[in-house]
Design a protein around this ligand. Structure first.
Ligand code: IMP
Ligand code: MG
Length: 181
C-alpha cells in the first residue's frame, strides 16, 4: 500500500485504469458529434480529471473550448447543502452544447444547480461527465451522461480530490486508511 503523509492509502482506481477509462469516455463523447462544444471544468476537484479528459478528447478528434466554474457546495452531502457560484465563466452559452466535468456525483446538488443555471441562460444542451458516481448518496434524481467508475460509499482522495487540500497530487483514487505502521 502506498504511504502518503504517513498514512496508508488503499488504491481504488489506479492511474492506468483511469487513463484507459478516460480514453473510452473521450471516444463516447466524441461519437456524439456535439456542435461547438464548450467543456466546463468544475473547480476545484475536477481539475486533473478535466485536464486528462480533454487531452483524451483531442486524441479522439474533439476540439472543444474549455472553461472553468468554481462552485462551492457547502454541505452538499447533507440536506442543508447550499450551492453557490464563486467564479463564473466568461462565455455566452446561448444555443451551445455544454459538457460539465466534475470529479464526483454524490447528492447531485452541485451538478443539478449548475446544469439548471446554464440551461436557464439558454444553453442548447448540458451533458454531465463525472469520474466517479456514488449512486448510494443521491438525494435528487440526476444521472450523468458519462461516468468513469461507480464508486463505493467511501470518502476518496487523489486525482484532484482532497481532504483539506491534501492528497490532490496522487495519480490514483484511493481511501485514506489511517496511520502507516
Ligand atoms: P454533490 O453531488 O452535490 O453532493 O457534490 C459532490 C461534490 O462533493 C464533489 O464534486 C466533490 O467535490 C465533493 N465530494 C463528494 N464526495 C467526495 C469524496 O469522497 N472525496 C472528495 N470530495 C468529495
Ligand atoms: Mg467538487
Amino acid at each position: 500500500m502506498p504511504v502518503v503523509r504517513e498514512k496508508d492509502i488503499e488504491v481504488l482506481f489506479s492511474a492506468e485504469e483511469i487513463a484507459r477509462r478516460n480514453l473510452e469516455l473521450a471516444k463516447e463523447i466524441t461519437a456524439h458529434e456535439y456542435k461547438d462544444l464548450l467543456v466546463i471544468s468544475i473547480l476545484k476537484g475536477s481539475f486533473i480529471f478535466a485536464a486528462d479528459l480533454i487531452r483524451a478528447m483531442h486524441e479522439m478528434g474533439s476540439a472543444p473550448e474549455v472553461e472553468f466554474m468554481f462552485i462551492s457546495s457547502y454541505g452538499a452531502g447533507t440536506t442543508s447543502g447550499e450551492v453557490r457560484v464563486l467564479r463564473d465563466i466568461d462565455n455566452d452559452v446561448t444555443g451551445r452544447d455544454v459538457l460539465l466535468v466534475d470529479d464526483i456525483l454524490e447528492s447531485g446538488k452541485t451538478l443539478k444547480f449548475t446544469r439548471d443555471l446554464l440551461l436557464s441562460r439558454g444553453a442548447k444542451s448540458v451533458s454531465l461527465a463525472v469520474l466517479l458516481d456514488k449512486t448510494s448518496r443521491r438525494q435528487i434524481e440526476l444521472n450523468a451522461d458519462y461516468v468513469g467508475f461507480n464508486c463505493p460509499d467511501y470518502f476518496v482522495v487523489g486525482y484532484g480530490m482532497d481532504v483539506a487540500h491534501a492528497f490532490r497530487e496522487l495519480p490514483y483514487v484511493g481511501i485514506v486508511k489511517g496511520d502507516a505502521a
